[in-house]
Design a protein around this ligand. Structure first.
Ligand code: TPS
Length: 322
C-alpha cells in the first residue's frame, strides 16, 4: 500500500497523548503549544544522527530509535532535567513500512517509559538521518551546569566508560570476542545506552557540575574544567571497567576507550567533600554504579593523569567529527 508523508506520520508517529503534560496541540498543527509547569526552567537540547557517522546503514531500526532518543535524554540527564517533549525530523531514503513500524514502536516504548510526548517533526526524503529536539524542565535555579566545579571537588563517573567503544569495534569487526554473553553486553552498551535521568535529578542538590560522556572523558571532563576555570587530577588506576572489557581487552586499549572512545552516555560530575556521604545514599538507592576517579584542583591547569602514583602523559583526544 502506498504511504505518503501524511499517512506515514498518522500511522507511525501520531500515537498517544500524554496526560501529565499540558500539550494544547501536538502533531497536527503548524506548531505545538506547550504550557510549561510553574517555577520550572525549560531545558532544550538537539542532536543529529547521520548514517555512516553515527550508525551503519544496516542498523536494526529499534536500536536506532533507542539510541537516538537515549543520546538526547542523556543531555537532559546531565542538567538534572525532567524529560517532557520531543520533536523528530526524520530523513528517509524510502518508505519501508516494516522499518518504520519497528523504529516507531521502540521510540514510543521509550517515550512512554520516560512519560514524554512526541509533539512534532518533519519527514523528508534523502540519506537516512534524523535530528531530535528534546525539551524538559528543571526547577528554577537548580539545573546542573558544566561551570560549577570547585577546587577540592571529587570527580565521579557513573557506569563503566569504554564499553560503548568496544561495542562499536565489535560491530565494525575490529574486535572479536569468543564469549557470546560478553560480546552481546558490549554491543548493547553501544546500541542501547542508558540515559541517567534519575541520577541527574538526584545530583541536582549534590553536585557542583555535571556533563554526559558523549565524546570521551578527556574531552567531556575537559569541558567542565574549561567552563569552571579549574584543573584536575585523574588517577587511571581508579577508572572503572566492566568485567567484559577487562576480560577481553588489553588494559591500555581499555583505558584509551574509556578516555577517548565516546558514546558511553554516562554522567561525569563533581561533588564537594561535604556531599560525598549523601551522594553514596542517593545513587546507592537508585542502584547506580559510580566511581570516584580524581579531584578538581586549583594548582594544575587542564587534565593531569597519574598511574601507580606517577604522572603520565597521554596524547589521546576525544571524538571529533571534523
Ligand atoms: C559508523 N562516533 C560517532 S559520533 C561519536 C562517536 C564516538 C561521538 C558523539 O557524537 N562510526 C560509526 N558509528 C559510530 N558510532 C562512530 C563512528 C563513533 P556527537 O558529538 O555527534 O553527539
Amino acid at each position: 500500500m502506498a504511504c505518503g508523508e501524511f499517512s506515514l506520520i498518522a500511522r507511525y508517529f501520531d500515537r498517544v497523548r500524554n496526560a501529565r503534560l499540558d500539550v494544547e496541540t501536538g502533531i497536527g498543527d503548524d506548531c505545538a503549544l506547550l504550557n510549561i509547569p510553574e517555577k520550572q526552567t525549560l531545558a532544550i537540547s538537539t542532536d543529529t544522527l547521520v548514517v555512516g557517522n553515527h550508525f551503519l546503514p544496516d542498523i536494526d531500526p529499534a536500536d536506532l530509535a533507542h539510541k537516538a532518543l537515549a543520546v538526547n535524554l542523556s543531555d537532559l540527564a546531565a542538567m538534572g532535567a525532567d524529560p517532557a517533549w520531543l520533536t523528530l525530523a526524520l530523513t528517509l531514503p524510502a518508505v519501508d513500512e516494516a522499518w518504520l513500524a519497528a523504529f516507531s514502536d521502540r521510540l514510543f516504548e521509550l517515550l512512554s517509559y520516560y512519560d514524554m510526548q512526541l509533539i512534532g517533526g518533519d519527514t523528508t526524503k534523502g540519506p537516512l538521518s534524523m535530528t531530535l529536539g528534546i525539551h524538559g524542565y528543571v526547577p528554577v535555579g537548580r539545573a546542573l551546569k558544566r561551570s560549577g566545579a570547585k577546587p577540592g571537588d571529587w570527580i565521579y563517573v557513573t557506569g563503566t566508560p569504554g564499553d560503548s567503544a568496544a561495542g562499536l569495534a565489535l560491530i565494525l569487526n575490529q574486535l572479536t570476542i569468543d564469549n557470546p554473553e560478553d560480546a552481546a553486553y558490549l554491543r548493547q552498551r553501544h546500541l542501547r545506552p542508558t540515559p541517567r535521568i534519575l541520577q541527574g535529578q538526584a545530583l541536582r542538590d549534590l553536585a557542583n557540575s555535571a556533563i554526559d560522556l558523549s565524546d570521551g572523558l578527556i574531552s567531556d571532563l575537559g569541558h567542565i574544567l574549561n567552563a569552571s576555570g579549574v584543573g584536575a587530577r585523574v588517577d587511571l588506576d581508579l577508572l572503572p571497567y566492566s568485567d567484559a572489557l577487562r576480560r577481553h581487552v588489553q588494559p591500555e586499549q581499555a583505558c584509551r576507550w574509556a578516555l577517548s572512545g565516546g558514546e558511553d552516555y554516562e554522567l561525569c560530575f563533581t561533588v564537594p567533600e561535604l556531599n560525598r556521604g549523601a551522594l553514596e545514599v542517593a545513587l546507592g538507592q537508585l542502584g547506580t554504579p559510580f566511581t570516584c576517579i580524581g579531584q578538581i584542583s586549583a594548582d594544575v591547569e587542564g587534565l593531569h593523569f597519574t598511574q601507580e602514583g606517577k604522572a603520565v602523559q597521554l596524547d589521546w583526544k576525544g571524538y571529533d567529527h571534523f
